[in-house]
Design a protein around this ligand. Structure first.
Ligand code: NAP
Length: 299
């Protein structure tokens, strides 16, 4: 299998570069190799590699900054995926693309399914929705995997922020009114790779008969506050924590440029039924992720 992976330096892309390796030839590109704002260069690169599968883990993910950089967010989250989709159609390749729970407004009282109406509250959410629509419109074979609250212990995720804040502050105030499905970047990469591995021994129409949008996040929903509580409990270097109290705050207590949806737990049953895979509970994934935390941070 010849795979073109875009966004190899991101939380998800970093994991994918490793999990995809056994499937065949992987051409992994980050911003240093290809700046995705150059849409002609992107199309050229795809034509040169002639991949059977394009895995797009790249995105403009700075939710607050996007409010003032709408053009750039649209370019990276909508126009670049449109070029990938068009190129995939020309090559008869499959496009695997990641989208977000922020395409929803968070007003629903239960977990979101793929059939629920989208209504993004932020520029980031709008740009990701436009990306989904552009891919669907080209008619290429695609899997759009909507995920949420992606974290890894590398980089700047909610988990690494909580661990850092807990070492600096005695009291942490965390919002309790945002509920979502935390998703470990490693698990997302493993599951994506499992789908591609299945296709190797499946009939040629494996992807074309399954083309569409799927929800794919850590199973179950949790508030940011309870998520933070679990992170601190699983911290293998809890002796370094200064924090003595975790206090509940509301989203309104922390005004941000972008509005965030309050409740976006994802119902992932369509993905599980279609691909015969089990999505581990968010808490089990967090336990596995935290077990990789270095016990000795070194000099
Ligand atoms: N993070 C979340 O909580 C979350 C939630 C829901 C959905 N998602 C979706 O999941 C996917 C993966 O997210 P992630 O957290 O892994 O994102 P991430 O860590 O921000 O990684 C994004 C990747 O895109 C690259 N990129 C950005 N601008 C670029 C440009 N101009 N040219 C080339 N590459 C560029 C980044 O390069 P740099 O290394 O230079 O930044 C990085 O490799 C995205 O589609 C995102 O929308 C994420």
């Amino acid at each position: 299998m010849r795979i073109l992976l875009l966004g190899r330096t991101g939380q998800l892309g970093w994991e994918l570069e490793r999990t995809l390796a056994p499937l065949g030839e992987v051409y992994a590109l980050g911003p240093q190799e290809l700046n995705l704002t150059d849409l002609d260069a992107l199309a050229r690169q795809i034509r040169e590699v002639r991949p059977q599968v394009i895995v797009n883990a790249s995105a403009y993910t700075a939710v607050d900054r996007a409010e003032g950089q709408a053009d750039l967010a649209m370019l990276l989250n909508a126009q670049a995926p449109a070029v990938m989709a068009k190129s995939a159609r020309e090559l008869n390749a499959v496009l695997i693309h990641f989208s977000t729970d922020y395409v929803f407004d968070g007003e629903k009282k239960s977990a979101y399914t793929e059939d629920d109406i989208t209504n993004p509250l932020s520029v980031y959410g709008q740009s990701k929705l436009k990306g989904e629509q552009a891919i669907v419109e080209t008619g290429c074979t695609h899997l759009i995997l909507r995920t949420s609250w992606v974290y890894s212990l590398r980089g700047d995720s909610f988990v690494s922020k909580i661990l850092a804040w807990a070492r600096q502050q005695e009291t942490l105030r965390i919002v309790s009114d945002q509920v979502g499905s935390p998703t470990w970047a490693r698990m997302l990469a493993e599951i994506t790779t499992a789908v591609l591995a299945q296709s190797l021994s499946a009939p040629q129409d494996y992807f074309s008969t399954r083309s569409g949008i799927y929800h794919l996040g850590g199973s179950g929903g949790v508030s940011r506050l309870d998520f933070a509580r679990s992170i601190l409990r699983l911290d293998s270097r809890a002796n370094e924590q200064k924090v003595r109290a975790l206090e509940a705050a509301s989203t309104e207590d922390f005004p941000t440029p972008a509005r965030r949806p309050l409740r976006t737990a994802l119902d992932c049953s369509r993905f599980e039924a279609t691909f015969g895979l089990h999505l581990p509970d968010w808490e089990e994934c967090l336990r596995l992720a935290m077990s990789e935390q270095p016990t000795n941070p070194g000099p």
